[in-house]
Design a binder for this molecule. Structure first.
Ligand code: NAD
Length: 485
């Protein structure tokens, strides 16, 4: 029987204006049919979200609301295997990765923000008035309203709940537009929300594409009070433009071209292990992943040789095969983009340290979106391969001589999302933390995330910060009440 991914509007499953295929990238087989929302369905979702805001959800106490969010997290955990299976089928990522990262973090995002919102203070100032009296000011935080949530495909549930968790904890309602590549877990979450007792209209899902489809209909919708988006920088520009009508705020988590920096005094084994994760995890489809590696010259040859060994030890294969550490890319279409950079590297005269093409896969997987883990050296800094985000399991490694030079190289990009620096010199570590123009600078680590800390990108990697109390900036509106005493 064909599987259907319906829109979830006002706690009901709703058909779309047409359907499109959802494919499994491991073999390009059709998983099911996705119901694309037209304007009518998007309007219905926004109306449901508004009604819930003005109705049962808006009336709830913080204690009631956060208790429900804990139930949602419990619901994800109870159905974890279903969520893992759905994420694995949509993305092709290894079962071990989805079960250790995507789904547990998806549940944690509800708990963390539910707990946070119970403990957030607001400010108060007492002032002297010109006539010798006093006035007291205090701040009140209100939900922003109906939030449009537009999501990418690389960590579907994790990145979606990273927004929906704080949005709901702050008392907003949401309309989510998952990526057309990965509709499954957002749809499944609708069931969990309903079963947990979250009122109708609080969490809505509309499926479809960006331009001329559900994404644009949602971001253009005048009754959406704010838009939070994770995806490519170019899409972020289009969304900002849509949001300018009606002067609606945006929170944008965008692309990157992140650098890894290895100083000669670094622990080589740890640096290689860390950079190997940063380059190849999730087939390189992590916004925070490393695609440019700079190694101080005395360590360069040893580092390149050791990373090559790591890359060649990666077991590429289907998600449920034991020992597999890398799956396919998310789609055959995305593979074309990644392979175009593999070809560009060859044209630009790169030395291919390893990979550079398509792996030999068994016949039943031959139609899947497979690529080889790839390392290059020898490209100039102005090659598109070194400047543009590829979003695949690949990196270019270049040598550097001193700190000043590497700071200049790392910062010479329109992006500014993340960096990963490896050194045993504490002074160098602190100086790099201050000098690199990024939203997150890891020292001797990568992807370590304390959810209370600020997350976001500098330059063209984003606008705004989410995480911990920083999420309140976007998901609430602060009002000052001034009382003359
Ligand atoms: P994308 O920009 O192609 O699509 C993201 C979402 O936007 C999808 O749901 C898509 O349908 C929708 N969309 C596209 N055009 C739209 C439009 N005109 N109006 C409204 N919605 C529109 O990104 P992607 O390919 O899904 O994801 C990969 C990108 O996401 C990479 O650039 C990566 O760096 C970035 N990313 C950033 C972060 C971060 O935190 N900074 C995290 C993950 C991914």
């Amino acid at each position: 029987m064909t599987k259907h991914f319906h829109n979830f509007i006002d706690n009901q499953w709703v058909e779309g204006v047409r359907t499109f295929d959802n494919r499994n990238p491991a073999d390009n087989s059709v998983i099911g049919q996705v119901h694309e929302a037209g304007r009518e369905q998007v309007n219905a979702a926004v109306n449901a979200a508004r009604a819930a805001l003005n109705g049962p959800w808006g009336m709830m106490t913080i204690a009631q609301r956060t208790a429900l969010l804990h139930k949602v997290a419990d619901g994800i955990e109870q159905r974890a295997e279903e969520f893992v299976a759905a994420e694995v089928a949509d993305t092709g990522k290894p079962h071990s990765l989805a079960s250790h990262l995507d789904i547990p973090r998806g549940a944690a995002n509800f708990k963390v923000f539910a707990d946070l919102i119970r403990n957030v203070p607001t400010e108060s100032f007492t002032m002297d008035t010109p006539d010798g009296g006093k006035a007291v000011n205090y701040a009140v935080r209100n939900p922003r309203g109906v939030i449009g949530v537009i999501c990418p495909w690389n960590l579907p549930l994790l990145l979606m709940t990273w927004k929906v968790g704080p949005a709901l904890a702050c008392g907003n309602t949401v309309v989510v537009k998952p990526s057309e590549e990965t509709p499954a877990t957002a749809t499944l979450l609708g069931e969990v929300m309903r079963d947990a007792g979250v009122p109708a209209g609080v969490y809505n899902v509309v499926h479809g594409f960006g331009e001329h489809s559900a994404g644009a209909f949602l971001t253009e919708h005048k009754d959406v009070d704010g838009i939070t988006f994770t995806g490519e920088t170019g899409t972020g520009e289009a969304i900002m433009q849509a949001a300018s009508k009606g002067v609606r705020p945006v929170s944008l988590e965008l692309g990157g071209k992140n650098a890894g920096v290895i100083f000669a005094d670094a622990d080589l084994d740890k640096a290689v292990a860390g950079i190997a994760r940063a380059v190849f995890e999730n087939s390189g489809q992590v916004c925070l992943g490393t695609e440019r590696v700079y190694v101080q010259r005395p360590l360069f040859d040893a580092f390149v040789a050791a990373l090559k060994v790591r890359a060649e030890a990666i077991k590429v294969g289907p998600p449920n095969e034991p020992g597999v550490t890398m799956g396919p890319l998310v789609s055959v279409g995305h593979r074309q983009k990644v392979l175009s950079y593999y070809q560009q590297a060859a044209r630009d005269g790169a030395s291919v340290v390893t990979g550079g093409g398509i792996p030999n896969m068994p016949a039943e997987l031959a139609e899947g979106a497979w690529v080889q883990p790839t390392i290059w050296t020898g490209l100039s800094e102005d090659s598109a391969v070194v400047r543009e985000e590829i979003f695949g399991p690949c990196c270019h490694i270049a040598p550097f001589d001193d700190e000043e030079e590497v700071v200049r190289l790392v910062n010479d990009t329109p992006y500014g999302l993340a960096a990963s620096v490896w050194t045993s010199n504490l002074q160098v570590a602190h100086r790099m933390g201050a000098a690199l123009d990024v939203g997150i600078c890891w020292i001797n680590s990568w992807f370590l995330r304390d959810l209370r800390t600020a997350f976001g990108g500098a330059k063209q990697s984003g606008i705004g910060r989410e995480g911990g109390v920083h999420s309140l900036e976007f998901y609430t509106e602060l009002r000052n009440v001034c009382i003359r005493l």
